[in-house]
Design a protein around this ligand. Structure first.
Ligand SMILES: Cc1ncc(COP(=O)(O)O)c(C=O)c1O
Length: 389
């Protein structure tokens, strides 16, 4: 295998973020404190949300948001199977039981019809996780109605969603609780980190407590001049706080996000144009009423293509082009097979079909026009075509 000439991901931590991290490292306070509070305010403004609670990961954000619903142990939570394993682990760790929803082959999102079918199969779901796959904004209100759930029982998995909009509103700014990830390859990369955005004061308070063992006061507040060292733990929590080093990086990276999103849009348009004439390669569907965040650019290698998905991945790898697959459906993973009811795997046939066709191509703001040309020409040559000029 040769080294990637166009790697699947290339993480950019801008010089301002590097300097901000150094400033915090020299400040005498490194863990969650004033930088975190500033990051939360700035992200809330960007999203149009009343509150943002920053945490250690997107996975922790989903678990904390689900815990805040106060459901009975074993309550049933709808989730796509075509999602990241951690998102479904979060359901289980919150003491709840996942039930699977199939997706549309074009958008890779659940639809009203697939949600309604899942709700009929399992009886009455208690909650639902809606995932904005690849950055395609899902219509949360429509899917909640199809599940027979109020919006207050929906948690958005917006790990791919920052930068996306639905009907002019940023994803996560208009829902009960939306969970973001700042993992290294995400649109707002910090390295690790996550956040919950909500308009609900009570949920925000609870998330702040749950992220730090359930303690009524975090260390920063306990150590402020005149503050008390006393605290209570009313309910057990997680150790899932963010640190000020991460928050300082996040603040500087956030300033770059609008420009990065524009570049992602250009790259998606370039891929779309180049692949328009590649038979058998299904391009990602564009949102009907919104703005795609282009966290991922996923194509489907259909049976009409000259090569299989796996052949395309292998040949691109030998040519130094990195790719990935999002995702292996969770019902195909051993641990989830043990957790899920036996009929769950059989209830998502479209997921099974498209999961074997998916390939994610390089998609990040640092990609150059010549990188894109290299990738599109390689894909076209392997599939036996010439790309549009
Ligand atoms: C769809 C989705 N949900 C949740 C997560 C979890 O985020 P984190 O890695 O920050 O825990 C990811 C991360 O890759 C993801 O892709």
């Amino acid at each position: 295998m040769t080294a990637s000439t166009v790697p699947f991901a290339r993480v950019e931590i801008v010089p301002e973020a590097q300097q901000a991290a150094l400033r915090v490292l020299r400040s005498g306070w490194i863990t969650m404190g004033p930088e975190t509070a500033a990051f939360e305010r700035e992200l809330a403004r960007y999203l149009g949300a009343r509150h943002v609670v920053a945490v250690s990961s997107g996975t922790a954000a989903i678990e904390i948001a689900l815990r805040a619903l106060h459901l009975e142990p074993g309550a049933i939570v709808l989730t796509p199977s075509l999602t990241f394993c951690g998102a479904v682990t979060a359901i289980v760790q919150a003491g709840l039981h996942p039930a699977l929803v199939d997706v549309d082959p074009g958008t890779l999102l659940p639809t009203s019809a697939t949600v309604a079918a899942a709700a009929r199969r399992i009886g009455r779901p208690d909650a639902m996780v809606v995932q904005h796959m690849a950055g395609h904004p899902a219509d949360v209100a429509e899917l909640a109605a199809a599940a027979g759930l109020p919006a207050s029982r929906v948690v958005e998995d917006a790990a791919h969603g920052i930068g996306a909009e639905l009907r002019g509103t940023p994803v996560g700014g208009a829902s009960h609780a939306a969970c973001f990830s700042f993992y290294a390859t995400k649109n707002l990369p910090i390295g690790e980190g996550g956040a919950i955005a909500t308009d609900d004061d009570e949920l925000a308070d609870q998330a702040r407590t749950t992220r730090l063992h359930g303690m009524s006061h975090d260390a920063w507040r306990r150590y402020l001049p005149g503050a008390s060292w006393r605290y209570d733990v009313a309910d057990l929590g997680l150790k899932a706080n963010i640190t000020d080093v991460q928050a300082a990086i996040g603040r500087a990276q956030l300033a770059c996000l609008p420009a990065w999103q524009l570049r992602r849009e250009q790259l998606a348009a370039a891929y779309d144009a180049a692949f328009a004439r590649v038979p058998g390669l299904a391009r990602p569907q564009r949102p009907a009423h919104g703005r795609h965040a282009w966290h991922l650019y996923q194509v489907r290698v259909t049976p009409d293509c000259r090569v299989s998905r796996d052949q395309l991945i292998e040949t691109l790898t030998t040519q130094g082009i990195g790719t990935s697959v999002h995702f292996i459906p969770v019902h195909q993973l051993s641990a989830f097979r043990r957790i899920l009811r036996p009929e769950e795997g059989r209830s998502v046939p479209v997921t099974d079909r498209v999961a074997d066709q998916l390939i994610s191509l390089p998609m990040y703001p640092a990609l150059t026009d010549s990188d894109i040309a290299h990738v599109t020409e390689a894909v076209a040559a392997i599939t036996g075509c010439t790309v549009a000029a």
